[in-house]
Design a protein around this ligand. Structure first.
Ligand SMILES: C[S@@+](CC[C@H](N)C(=O)[O-])C[C@H]1O[C@@H](n2cnc3c(N)ncnc32)[C@H](O)[C@@H]1O
Length: 256
């Protein structure tokens, strides 16, 4: 899935929603950050995390945002314009334009699951880390990403179509093994799962519904079916029979 134009905008709204805030909070609580550190955010999107990191490492530290979407980089640059210690690379995770052993930490949020050659991307993250450096990743267990309240057959069709948006549906389950092979230790997974039963303007479920509707149309599901699905969710919400569950997992690991 390419995060440009409407999808890029929806993704940034999602990042500003309560789900985005709580992920960033979890990353900032788990990432060891010292003044003067150098940290990379792989798939930095609109740069929401970068500005917190830039403040945390101070003037002597440096933050690098990596993203192949020019649209996202433009937004991230704008968001971080007041910081002189942020550099952007409009490139892919498997091609980070930094020397080896350059960074104290690598972090990433909902990005590695989209990368086809994930082993090459993880190898690159390992290359730029100093020995003892931290890797903190948040990825979603997509099998548990689900709306409730619409008619079951239609609901399942929309969810089934959405599976194609992402290469690795259950990455947090695979990551500890992959990281062990790359020489990481002290690997832990932490649940950031949440459930929503009513939506407000800042609800991730609102932007998720829009993203899934957009994606379903692109996968050949008819406009009538997509509109029915949305109307059924809305009705279920009014009747207090609506739900949305998501299961992000934070993985933390340290390079030997
Ligand atoms: C769901 S967004 C997450 C953005 C941001 N991390 C956040 O939490 O708001 C995924 C991001 O990964 C980027 N991305 C996709 N493929 C990538 C790759 N191969 N290497 C690096 N970033 C990638 C996309 O352009 C997009 O900005």
């Amino acid at each position: 899935m390419e995060f440009m134009n409407d999808l890029g905008k929806l993704q940034r709204l999602m990042a500003s929603s309560s789900a985005g805030v709580s992920r960033r909070q979890a990353i900032l609580e788990n990432l060891p950050i010292n003044a003067g550190d150098k940290i990379i955010d792989v798939g930095c999107g609109g740069g929401h995390l970068l500005e917190h990191l830039a403040k945390a490492v101070g003037e002597k530290g440096h933050i690098y945002g990596v993203d192949p979407s020019e649209d996202q980089i433009v937004q991230a640059r704008d968001r971080c314009s007041e910081f002189e210690n942020v550099t952007f690379f409009n490139s892919y995770a498997n091609d980070i334009k930094l020397d080896q052993n350059w960074c104290n930490s690598v972090t990433s949020t909902q990005t590695f699951e989209y990368i086809e050659d994930i082993d090459a991307a993880l190898h690159e993250a390992t290359r730029v880390l100093v020995p003892g450096g931290a890797f903190v990743n948040v990825s979603i267990l997509w099998d548990h990403f689900k709306f409730f309240g619409a008619e079951e057959v239609l609901n399942n069709r929309i969810h089934e179509a959405f599976r194609a948006h992402c290469r690795h549906q259950m990455l947090p389950m695979e990551l500890p093994g992959k990281l062990t092979q790359l020489g990481f230790r002290n690997i832990r997974n932490k649940s950031l799962a949440f459930v929503i039963t009513q939506r407000d303007e800042n609800s991730p479920a609102r932007y998720t519904e829009e993203t899934m509707a957009f994606f379903a149309l692109s996968q050949g599901i008819s406009k009538t079916d997509v509109m029915d699905w949305r109307a059924q969710l809305s009705k279920a919400e009014k009747n207090r029979q609506f739900g949305f569950t998501s299961f992000p997992v934070l993985t933390i690991a340290f390079l030997k």
